[in-house]
Write a protein that binds this ligand. Structure first.
Ligand code: GTR
Length: 328
């Protein structure tokens, strides 16, 4: 695992040393560097590429997006930092790695808060999503839009996590967010926060007993090969976020900023169309690859989440956001 972490750092170091990193203006125009951890073809990547095509068309080729997929620019926490400082221009991450920095974002990942995908989309596309997005601005990030990430469920090595009792004593990998650590504790598991790129080997070597994610990630990160029991707990519908570096954004003229915002917005339905298809395909493919998908006792998990809300939804601002979401 150390060597993976090390090579990741070396890779990032090399990338940052390269002269072409950071929004580069030339006689041909401005190229915005976008980062994503997923492999090429994943719906989040295709969403940002689509956004790039719209921007290129509407600026007559003056502004383009260049996509660096597959963790070429590091794991999400690294790429977020680089984006805040303007080394990377655009990053697509889950809301989780932002939670400790921008508490408003943790609301979107709270367990069993969104009733279903339609509810999540309505909230994130509307004024609540806008308010959550505004909270990233003082931290150097302009939130452009949100993408779908389906429902996250547990997958484990020895036996499926049908009930919270099954999780007792298990080490479960989570994203690097205190709220996610607390969520695992509430479910009775031991949380091990790890970057995404280290999860496969952690599962393979037994450093962790399981992890949790949606079907497309379960498939493309090949986690199904090393943790085949997938129990449909669907405990969080946490969405993805596409954020631009405020430093890069501020260097762009107002009309072009508008083009970027609008293109991001229009990329959302495109991404969602691809997502629905990918979720079905991924489910089929992991099953064909030997994954065993089972139903889970969702209400038993939902009954345990109170301590997470008590610990993280404390101040008036977050309480209000949660109330607005519940009413929405
Ligand atoms: C995926 C998500 C990534 C990342 C990953 C993880 O579903 O698209 O942004 O959050 O999960 O678990 O680290």
């Amino acid at each position: 695992m150390q060597s993976i972490a090390m090579s990741r750092r070396l890779m990032l170091g090399a990338a940052l040393a390269a002269p072409w990193i950071g929004g580069r203006a030339s006689a041909q125009g401005l190229t915005l560097r976008a980062a994503d951890i997923h492999p090429d073809g994943y719906p989040t990547i295709e969403g940002v590429k689509y956004m790039g095509r719209l921007i290129e068309e509407r600026t007559g080729g003056r502004i383009r997006i260049q996509m660096f997929h597959s963790r070429q620019l590091g794991d999400e926490k690294d790429s977020l930092e680089q984006t805040r400082f303007g080394v990377i221009d655009i990053t697509r991450v889950n809301t989780a790695p932002l939670n400790n920095l921008v508490p408003e974002t943790l609301v979107a990942g709270l367990p069993f808060l969104f009733r279903d995908t339609a509810h999540m989309q309505k909230v994130m596309d509307g004024p609540i999503g806008e308010d959550i997005g505004k909270a990233t601005l003082p931290h150097g990030l302009v939130t452009l839009c949100y993408y779908d990430a389906g429902a996250r469920s547990f997958y484990t090595r020895g036996k499926p996590a049908r009930t919270p009792d099954d999780l007792k004593g298990m080490k479960i990998r989570v994203q690097q967010s205190d709220m996610w650590v607390a969520m695992m504790r509430a479910f009775g598991a031991n949380a091990t926060p790890l970057p995404y790129g280290e999860v496969y080997s952690a599962l393979q070597t037994g450093v962790v007993d399981g992890a949790e994610n949606n079907f497309p990630s379960f498939l493309t990160a090949r986690h199904f090969e090393v943790a085949k029991h997938y129990a449909q707990t669907e405990h969080s519908l946490t969405p993805e976020i596409v954020a631009m570096s405020k430093r890069s954004f501020d260097r762009i003229a107002k009309p072009d900023q508008e083009i970027i915002r609008q293109a991001a917005k229009e990329s959302v339905p495109h991404m969602r169309g691809l997502w629905v298809k990918m979720e079905e395909d991924a489910r089929r493919q992991v099953e064909a690859g030997g994954a065993l998908i089972v139903e889970a006792d969702k209400p038993a998990f939902a009954r345990l989440v109170r301590p997470v809300y008590d610990q993280f939804v404390r101040d008036a601002k977050l309480k209000q956001l949660v109330e607005r979401i519940r009413e929405g």
